[in-house]
Structure formats: C-alpha cells, structure tokens
Unconditional design. Structure first.
Length: 116
C-alpha cells in the first residue's frame, strides 16, 4: 500500500477527522477525538503508526520486518508499519481496522453510540 492508500483507508472510516496537531507534516487520524493512526506523507521510508493489542503487536513484529515498535509512541501499544511493499495490502488494511476498532472500543458508551 502507498501512503495515499493508507490515508484513503483511514478517512473512509466513520467519524474520522484528519488533524495536524504536531505541525503540517504529520497527519493524525482521530475517531471522536482519539488518535488511531499517524503518518508523515513525506517521510522516507513511508510508514504509519497504528495502535495494536500488545500481544499481537509483538507477534506481528516477530513475523514481519516491516512492522516495528511505534516510532515516538508507546512501544507496548503502537506499531510503526513500514510501507515498503513487503506487506500485503490486505494486512495493512486489517491493521488499520484493528487500530480503529481498539480506539472505538475504548470510547465512552455515549460516544460509541454516535458511531452506529
């Protein structure tokens, strides 16, 4: 997947907003104000930081060289997914979904209800 495809995938989710709280170069994707993805489209090599279940994060890092502990994030809860062409697009999409779902699961019930 390309960075543009990752951005499109993030923006296709319900109630997502793109923000730039760290300056114009870092794009941050939030659902109901909570971050689930970050990327810098001009960074090389391109990557996206995604939230991940801690056990699964370790498993993914062991299985894929292009998945590493989250750059400038909690290494326990975030992975940096490098878009170097070695990961199947379906896996990257699934990891975006997983990150989004984890964040939605952590929202207050009233906020989750808004997403239905």
């Amino acid at each position: 997947m390309t960075v543009a495809e990752v951005i499109d995938c993030c923006l296709s989710k319900k109630a997502v907003e793109q923000t730039t709280p760290f300056g114009p170069e870092v794009l941050v994707y939030k659902v109901v104000g909570k971050v689930f993805a970050l990327t810098d489209p001009d960074e090389y090599p391109a990557f996206v930081n995604l939230k991940c279940d801690p056990d699964r994060a370790l498993e993914l890092r062991d299985q894929h060289e292009a998945i590493r502990p989250g750059y400038h994030m909690s290494k326990k809860h975030w992975n940096s997914v490098y878009l170097d062409g070695t990961l199947p697009a379906d896996l990257v999409r699934e990891l975006i979904d997983h990150s989004y779902d984890l964040v939605v699961k952590g929202l207050k019930k009233s906020d989750r209800e808004q997403l239905k």
